[in-house]
Structure formats: structure tokens, C-alpha cells
Design a protein around this ligand. Structure first.
Ligand code: G
Ligand code: G
Ligand code: MN
Ligand code: NA
Length: 256
């Protein structure tokens, strides 16, 4: 319970929360194509706490909506700073939780942040997990996804392949990208089952005109496999860990 109160205080002040950014690349050329914003909590006593631990806490105690809003606002502010600093203008992707869709004012929140920081919606991508897409409390989210895309946001399905969704939904979902979950990537290229699944997903996505980004790519052998099977995009420790904004900036602007 102490931790809940700490989180409430952290959210109120914003001081202990940070976004880290992990770069995304074109697999063949290595070109930077985007960044994922990942939430971090630097607790004064417990050190860095993973979102895997405090996001469930925030959800249970009614703080997830405020936390999600903080992430969107922070990412937009960072994008504006980077634009001034002359950083490559690539989209930043934020993770959207079910509660942000259920609550219903996500669209106006996004619009307010973008207009405040004078950014086009195309610079802020939205990652939704399969479980978010299937959350009944959010109602029919297809029209809302379509509306978000009409505003200019790109949408990616996060952790693709780990949910219970049927493949038929891919045909009608208004999305731009599939993020292939790292569970399928980690045992490549040796595990024959994962190799089959990954090559099948890549072939299917091509047919459906969806761009795939492979997550959790850590080794050159994994990169080679993905390259040979036509995976266009990649994110993983092989290229970069999630880093504080200042470090990403130093890398991209070519520190001596
Ligand atoms: O970065 P890390 O591997 O610790 O993230 C753990 C989990 O927390 C991942 O599933 C990631 O998607 C999720 N996560 C990270 N940042 C955010 C965020 O800002 N919002 C939401 N809803 N989830 C996040
Ligand atoms: O659920 P989501 O895909 O949003 O979670 C992203 C998380 O995956 C981040 O917290 C990040 O720390 C982690 N991650 C990113 N790249 C790698 C990787 O190459 N290997 C492993 N093991 N984890 C990764
Ligand atoms: Mn994600
Ligand atoms: Na993921």
C-alpha cells in the first residue's frame, strides 16, 4: 500500500517518472524509422521499478488513465524538443492501455497535446496490444481506431501473436503495423516451430499489406533470419536498449 501512495505522489509531481526510448530500424539498411516510448519509475528508495510491476498497480487503483495521459503529454513534449534540437523527424510510438480507450477522451487528449506542441498526428504512433483490442469494456473500438487513423495517427498491434485473437480480425482491423512479439524471436533461427511461425506471419502480413516490426532482436543470427524472410523493420537490444532521451539524442546527433 505504501507503494500505491508513492505512485500517486510520483504521478502528481511527475518528478520520478521518465520515458525511455528504444529506436526502431529498417532491417536491411539500419535506417532509423521510429522510437518506442517506455515508461520508467525511478523510486527514491527502491530504484528503478519496471512498468510490468507498477502498471498493474496503477490499473487496480484507478491511476492508469492519468498515467497514460502523462505518457502522451511527455512524448509530445519530447518530440517538440527533439524537433528544435534537429533530431531526425521519426515518429514516437506510445503504448495505449485499455483504460485509455474505455475512458473515451483519448482522441481529445491526443489532439490537445499535438496542438500545444504543434506536431502532426503522424508523429505520434499508438501501440495497442491484442488484449486491449479485445477488451469488451472499450466497446466497438474499430470505428475509434479508424477515426484515430483518419486524424493521422499510425496504429500498431503490440505483442502480436500472444493474444487470443482470431486471424480473421486482421482483415478488417484498421492498423498499419504488427509488432511481432519477442517470444517468437528469441529462439530464432534454431527453433523450427518459431521459425515456421515467423515466416508464416511475415508472408501473411505481406499479403495483407501490413508492415511487421520484429521485437526483441538481440543477435546477428536472428537479424539474418528475419532479413532472409523479408521482415522490413526491427527493434531490439542488437540495435539499442531503451535509453533516456538525452542518450538517444547524443547517439543520433553523433556525439564525438
Ligand atoms: O520496458 P519494459 O520491458 O520494462 O516494459 C514492460 C511492459 O510495460 C511492456 O509490456 C510495455 O509495453 C509496458 N509499458 C511500458 N511503457 C508503457 C506505457 O507508457 N503505457 C503502457 N500502457 N504500458 C507500457
Ligand atoms: O510489450 P512491449 O513490446 O511494449 O514491451 C517492450 C519491452 O521489451 C521493453 O520494456 C523493452 O525493455 C523490452 N525489450 C526491448 N528490446 C528487447 C530485446 O531485444 N530483448 C529483450 N529481452 N527485451 C527487449
Ligand atoms: Mn510496445
Ligand atoms: Na511488444
Amino acid at each position: 500500500l505504501a507503494l500505491v501512495n508513492d505512485l500517486r505522489a510520483a504521478l502528481a509531481s511527475g518528478g520520478q517518472l521518465e520515458l525511455h526510448y528504444q529506436t526502431q530500424h529498417r532491417l536491411d539498411s539500419g535506417e532509423l524509422v521510429g522510437m518506442e516510448a517506455l515508461l520508467r519509475w525511478r523510486h527514491p528508495q527502491h530504484g528503478m521499478i519496471s512498468p510490468g510491476d507498477f502498471i498493474p498497480l496503477a490499473e487496480r487503483h484507478g491511476m492508469m488513465s492519468a498515467l497514460g495521459n502523462w505518457v502522451v503529454e511527455r512524448a509530445a513534449a519530447q518530440l517538440a524538443n527533439w524537433r528544435l534540437a534537429g533530431m531526425p523527424a521519426v515518429p514516437v510510438w506510445v503504448n495505449i492501455s485499455a483504460i485509455q480507450l474505455i475512458q473515451g477522451d483519448l482522441e481529445s487528449r491526443l489532439a490537445a497535446c499535438l496542438s500545444q506542441h504543434q506536431l502532426p498526428a503522424s508523429m505520434l504512433g499508438l501501440e495497442l496490444t491484442e488484449s486491449v483490442l479485445l477488451d469488451e469494456r472499450a466497446g466497438d473500438i474499430y470505428p475509434r481506431m479508424a477515426a484515430l487513423r483518419a486524424l493521422g495517427h499510425q496504429i500498431a498491434i503490440d505483442d502480436f501473436g500472444t493474444g487470443y485473437s482470431s486471424l480473421s480480425y486482421l482483415k478488417r482491423l484498421p492498423v498499419d503495423k504488427l509488432k511481432l512479439d519477442r517470444a517468437f524471436v528469441s529462439a530464432l533461427p534454431d527453433d523450427p516451430a518459431d521459425a515456421s511461425i515467423v515466416s508464416a506471419v511475415l508472408a501473411m502480413a505481406r499479403g495483407l499489406d501490413l508492415e511487421v516490426i520484429a521485437e526483441g532482436v538481440e543477435t546477428e543470427a536472428q537479424r539474418q533470419f528475419l532479413l532472409q524472410h523479408g521482415c522490413p523493420l526491427v527493434q531490439g537490444f542488437l540495435f539499442s536498449r531503451p535509453l533516456p532521451a538525452a542518450e538517444v539524442e547524443a547517439h543520433q546527433l553523433g556525439e564525438p
